[in-house]
Design a protein around this ligand. Structure first.
Ligand code: ZN
Length: 280
């Protein structure tokens, strides 16, 4: 628990000590957080709706068995999540999506503007590149030549399990939730919001890990941050998305990295952060 200078209390929830990183814990009614784990402090979320679950984000490719185990203990041996929803299509959020979708027999849903990245379209990668892509990844991919590049990209494509959802038509598998466009980190980044109790799942539009300072990243310091600048397509759009999220006044802020933020001071902490982010 953190007491801010103005006396408000912000709670960064802690995992149960007796559990392991493979146990998802309920951070709000029917919302289960698996994570954070690893150097990137990855989180994925299982959300229950009636008798079924959906998974929001799918970690790195190496996280497959961790997510499968958590799904097994939440859903039971005879049931699987009904859908996978992505906030965006970077390898730390969509890495296990293809194999999970095949194992569970479900689709992977995303914003239409994210589909070209999900299907490994090289032109879309160039168009939505952040600094790391522009100065490191893309020059390497250009250097490897077209045939090798296309073979490599084919292995990362979500192929025919990728589906787009219609904006404004509700969130697949989650009645009562809304999809909030939060472009900036990528063109089709979205967040997921439940207005009834203002629970907000933000992917990388907003994280609770200080990803934009070396010390924050190396020491895994918790705290509100916009998306990592080095993998962000449009910082300007990302700042606008943070303002938009602040207006939702969340009671729970569950990002893609580090501990979710809960407690009475959450909306005020985000609002204060969004004001500062405006000047960045
Ligand atoms: Zn991420």
């Amino acid at each position: 628990m953190d007491r801010r200078a103005d006396g408000r209390v912000v709670v960064l929830t802690r995992p149960r000590r007796e559990g392991t990183a493979d146990l998802a814990r309920e951070i709000a009614l029917d919302v289960f957080c698996l994570g954070p784990w690893g150097r990137t402090q990855t989180d994925v979320y299982f959300v229950r709706s009636g008798a079924s679950f959906v998974l929001i984000d799918a970690g790195w490719a190496s996280d497959l068995s961790r997510i499968e185990r958590a799904a097994g203990s939440l859903c039971g041996a005879d049931s699987r999540p009904a859908a996978i929803l992505l906030t965006h299509c970077h390898p730390d959020h969509a890495g296990s999506a293809l194999l999970l979708a095949r194992a569970w027999g479900c689709s992977v849903f995303m914003h239409p503007d994210e589909l070209p990245l999900a299907t490994a379209d090289f032109g879309a990668m160039v168009a939505s590149a952040g600094p790391l892509d522009r100065y490191v990844i893309l020059p390497l991919m250009h250097a490897m030549g077209r045939r090798r590049r296309e073979a490599m990209l084919a292995t990362s494509s979500l192929g025919d399990v990728a589906r787009t959802f219609e904006m404004g038509a509700g969130v697949p598998g989650l009645p009562g939730w809304e999809c909030v466009p939060t472009p900036g980190h990528t063109p089709g980044h979205v967040s997921y919001f439940r207005p009834s109790d203002r629970v907000l799942i933000t992917g990388d539009a907003l994280v609770t890990l200080k990803v934009n300072s070396w010390a924050g990243l190396l020491l895994q310091r918790p705290g509100l941050s916009g998306p990592p600048w080095y993998t962000t397509w449009s910082p300007r759009a990302a700042r606008k998305s943070i303002q938009r999220l602040a207006h939702l006044e969340p009671t729970v802020l569950a990002g893609g990295h580090s501990q979710p933020m809960t407690g009475l001071g959450t909306a005020a902490a985000l609002s204060a952060y969004a004001e500062r982010a405006h000047e960045l």
